[in-house]
Structure formats: C-alpha cells, structure tokens
Write a protein of this length. Structure first.
Length: 367
C-alpha cells in the first residue's frame, strides 16, 4: 500500500487531497495542529476511528514551527510520498504577521526537507508553491517567468520554492514545486475573497447580513476549482522525473466580476450591498495573475473542467444550503455532471448534507 504524509490536511486542499489518495487506495497520515476546539471539520466525513479494522487515515499532532515531530513522523511512517501543504496561507495576514509567516511557511519547509534528508528515506516530495510568487510580473505567467514577490507570504513561499529545488538538485530528492494559481471551493476558508463573497450572498438572502465590506475590486485572479488542482499535485509525483509545474485555468477575472456573478446568480443587485473598506487593502497588491499552464497540459495531461461561472455557482449553492436555504441549483448540477467520482461521492454523502457547523454562519469576516 502506498503511504503518504500530508501536512495541512485540515485545510481546503489537504482535505480534497486526502480524499483523492484514500480513493486511490493509499494509507494517509495527516499532520494536525493541537487546538482547544475541533479543527477537523473539512475531514470529518473521511475520518476513521483508529480502533476499527482496515483503517487507512491516521492523524498526528504536530506543528511546522517545530522540527521534532516532523522528524519523528518521517522516520516512523517512512512515506512513499510527502505532500507539503501546511502554511500560513493568507496574504493579508502575512503583512500583519510576517515573522510567523516566514517561520511556518518558509522555515517549516526547511524543517520538513531536513527531516526527509536526514532520514535517508527515498520519498517523493510535493511543495505547495504559489502564483503569488509572481507578484508584479506581467501575465501570462509560466515556469520561466521571473518571480517578483510583493508580500511576506510570497517571499516565504519563494524561499520554500528555491529550497525545494535545491534539495532536488543538491541531494537528488524527487521534489516538485506545484506553482498553483488561486483555486477555490465550498471548503475555501471564509476569509478568502471568494468565500467571503459567496457566504455574504447567502447570509443576505437569509436576512442575517446587510452589507459586504471588501477591499480592492480591480485585482485580477486566475480562479479554478480546488478538487481539480489536487489531482495535478498527485500527477506531479507520478512522473518519471521531478519538475516544477504551473497549474491554472489560463483565464483571469477581477474581484468585481466575481462579485457581480455571485450576486446576479442569486438575483441580487451587488451595488446595494457592497462597500469598500480600506482595512481590506494590502500595503502592496498583486494586480494581475493569469496562468500559462501549457506544460501541465502537455506533460501531466492535466486541464481544468470547471469554468469560472460554474465555480461561482457551486460556491453560492453550497453557502445557501449552509444557511438553511434552497440552492438555486445550477452549481449542484455541475458538480454531479462534472466532478470526479471520489469528490462527488463525498459531496453527496457527507459535506453538503451536513452543512456548515451551527453558529459558523453568524461569524463576521475580520480579514
Ligand atoms: P488553507 O485552507 O489555509 O490550509 C492551510 C493548512 O495549513 C491548514 O491545514 C492549517 O491547519 C495548516 N497549518 C497552518 N499553520 C500550520 C502550522 N504552524 N503547523 C502545521 N500546520 C499548519 O490553505 P489551502 O488553500 O488548502 O492551501 C494549501 C497550500 O497551498 C498552502 O500552503 C497554500 O499556501 C498553498 N496555495 C494555495 C492556493 C489556493 O489558491 N488555495 C494557491 C497556491 C498555493 P489549521 O486547519 O489548523 O489552520
Ligand atoms: N481576502 C480578501 N478579503 N481579499 C480581498 C478583499 C477582502 O475583503 N477585497 C478584495 N480582495 C482582493 C485581494 O486584495 C486580492 O487581490 C484578491 O481579492 C484575492 O484575495 P484572497 O482571496 O485573499 O487570495 P490571494 O490571491 O491573496 O491569495 C490566495 O491565492 C494565492 C495564489 O495566488 C491564497 O490562497 C494564497 O494562499 C495563494 O498562494
């Protein structure tokens, strides 16, 4: 049985990746942080009681800020593949916590790579690099575009990116950087702009929110659907040679376009609800990201199937259900028709039926 370690398993991508790997027959070991409240909402539907026979999902406490537990895990689990997704992943927060972001997202990668190197285990390694590293470089961006990072988050990711290359070239580690453009889903953290918007649409319709306060509406992003992106991660580690790949849709849309589409899907006029609050602006902004993912298409045979409009519909439908309203329906139909069996099954059986945990819907977005 192929054995994988996943850092960041409780995050958006980690939860989809764990599902994908379990569906492929892997034994999956996830790193989770100790918290005084449950932080495993996104993987509850795949959680297996460790006392049951045939368990293939194991969770281990640990933190990227400490190397001890990482070494212990690598030595004891002896994984065939390591997917390193754990990070302080919020760009705006990185301006407020630059030192912490560097510790977790940059040095955390050093700790993990060193644990692998010192163990002598021949594992394959995936690093969650980011299109944010391109910063102010003009679009379209591909593997040869020079990086021009504009945030502490991007600088930390770039450190981890180069370190991954350095372990590949210096120590012969099978290590890949996936330079992923923005990818969203109904499991997206509530403080990222897409989810903030789709939750607001649902809460406005439910009569629980009056205004949506946003920052820069002009920034453009290349937004795709997250479950499709974790397939690209897996594909990278199945190749004969370790390489770096850009993954994205090749299309770009502004935050304003996302707002317009989400509100009009719910038959709302966004101008009545959206206001600009400067606290959501960043000291420096990445204006325009659009991928050239030709290499991934050619070598990995990877390409996305969910369009921008479908992504918005999927997310709004989900958030409507989460606040107890009926979904409009187009998003749910897309999921059934297009999303791979492993993901559609969990959507049907678990996450969508369960809905968001009680009380969550009322939380206001601070970031
Ligand atoms: P996410 O939802 O924010 O998940 C981040 C994960 O990292 C969570 O499981 C979180 O644990 C964990 N984590 C944070 N700090 C940690 C620490 N000190 N020790 C151990 N674990 C820690 O992020 P995502 O959207 O799934 O993204 C996955 C990875 O891809 C991240 O590295 C992100 O930077 C990168 N990336 C994302 C995108 C995107 O558009 N989503 C694009 C490019 C790259 P808790 O649940 O306990 O907070
Ligand atoms: N979060 C947030 N909140 N963003 C806002 C808001 C707001 O109220 N108003 C406007 N925006 C703009 C941001 O300024 C940015 O230009 C855009 O919306 C997207 O912001 P986020 O959703 O926070 O994502 P991001 O692009 O900064 O970072 C995400 O994508 C990266 C890949 O390019 C994260 O997932 C990173 O972890 C990832 O690496």
């Amino acid at each position: 049985m192929t054995r994988a370690v996943v850092t960041g398993i409780t995050g958006q991508d980690g939860s989809y990746l764990a599902e994908l790997l379990l569906a492929k027959g892997y034994e999956v070991h996830g790193l989770i942080r100790r918290a005084s409240t449950f932080n495993t909402d996104r993987i509850e539907h795949i959680y297996q009681d460790p006392h049951s026979p045939g368990v293939r999902l194991f969770l281990h406490y640990g933190d990227l800020a400490s190397g001890e537990q990482l070494s212990y895990l690598i030595y004891n689990i002896q994984p065939d593949e390591v997917y390193h997704l754990g990070a302080q992943s919020h760009v705006k927060v990185s301006f407020e916590m630059p030192e912490y972001t560097g510790d977790v997202s940059a040095l955390g990668t050093t700790r993990l790579l060193e644990a692998i190197r010192r163990s002598g285990i021949r594992t394959r390694f995936y690093q969650a690099s980011s299109s944010e590293m391109f910063g102010s470089a003009p679009p379209p961006q591909n593997e040869s575009t020079p990086f021009q990072p504009c945030s502490p988050y991007a600088a930390a990711k770039l450190y981890a990116h180069w370190l991954t290359r350095s372990y590949r070239e210096g120590y012969g580690l099978f290590a890949c950087n996936g330079i992923l453009f923005n990818h969203e889903s109904e499991r997206r953290g509530e403080t990222f702009v897409t989810r903030k918007i789709t939750r607001a649409v649902a809460l406005i319709l439910a009569g629980q929110q009056n205004k949506l306060y946003l920052g820069n509406l002009e920034a453009k992003r290349d937004w795709g659907y997250a479950p499709e992106y974790v397939e690209a991660m897996w594909l990278m580690l199945q190749q004969d040679e370790p390489e770096d790949y850009v993954v994205g849709t090749g299309e770009s849309h502004s935050v304003k376009e996302f707002v317009q589409l989400a509100f009009s899907y719910a038959n709302l006029d966004w101008r009545r609800y959206v206001e600009i609050d400067p606290r959501y602006l960043r000291p420096s902004e990445v204006d325009f990201l659009r991928s050239d993912a030709a290499k991934a298409k050619q070598k990995l045979r990877w390409e996305p199937h969910i369009s921008f409009q479908e992504l918005v519909q999927i997310m709004v439908d989900w958030d409507l259900k989460a606040v107890g309203l009926s979904p409009i329906g187009a998003g749910e139909r897309v999921l059934r028709a297009k999303v791979g069996a492993w993901c559609a099954k969990s959507y049907e059986n678990g996450v969508l039926k369960r809905g968001a945990p009680a009380g969550r819907a009322a939380l206001s977005c601070r970031i």
